[in-house]
Ligand binder design. Structure first.
Ligand SMILES: [Zn+2]
Length: 180
């Protein structure tokens, strides 16, 4: 399916966050071929879902639309909105370990090591190329959401100890999942 077909197939008025182990979270997402009005509507709906669920970032795969689009608000301020279409990391520097959560893994928080500084190239909602230098928490949020674009999840970044510590919570999510 093309990105446009995936967006057209989505019920944009009723998006909700899909949880681990939904198989859509494991897909390598499709690049957006065009940045049109439908992409803008999807991004707007994703921001609404993200703020409503008290998240600071959300990838389209997390609402079941497996395209390379992410939204974020590292300060959790309605005025602070990052929307990235087809983002890629073009430079990175340093490492930092911090506690991190994910709307698709409710109640699970664990320390994850990520790049401290990243430079991102992407398209904005006007289809124009943008370049952003991000540091600290903002860099972390965008790296986390970019993981989702490749089907990579919090559980893949956890160390053995964290996996053990969260074994029950992970099992519960697996038991709660009604898939298909
Ligand atoms: Zn996540």
């Amino acid at each position: 399916m093309s990105s446009a077909e995936k967006i057209a197939a989505a019920d944009l008025a009723n998006l909700s966050v899909v949880r681990y182990p939904d198989p859509r979270l494991r897909e390598v997402c499709t690049p957006l071929e065009v940045v049109d009005e439908a992409v803008g509507v999807l991004a707007e709906r994703m921001l609404e879902v993200m703020f409503a669920d008290r998240g600071v970032g959300l990838a389209a795969a997390q609402v079941g639309v497996t395209v390379r689009l992410l939204v974020a608000s590292p300060s959790f301020d309605e005025g602070d909105r990052i929307v990235l279409v087809n983002p890629r990391i073009v430079a990175e520097d340093g490492w930092e370990e911090m506690e991190e959560g994910c709307l698709s893994f409710p109640q699970i928080f664990c320390k994850i090591k990520r790049r401290k500084i990243v430079t991102i190239e992407a398209l904005d909602l006007a289809g124009q190329p943008i370049r952003e230098d991000l540091e600290g928490f903002a860099a972390r949020v965008v790296q986390h959401e970019m993981d989702h674009l490749d089907g990579r999840l919090l559980v893949d970044r956890m160390g053995q100890l964290a996996k053990l510590a969260h074994r029950q919570a992970l099992k519960q999510l697996e038991a709660d999942f009604v898939g298909g």
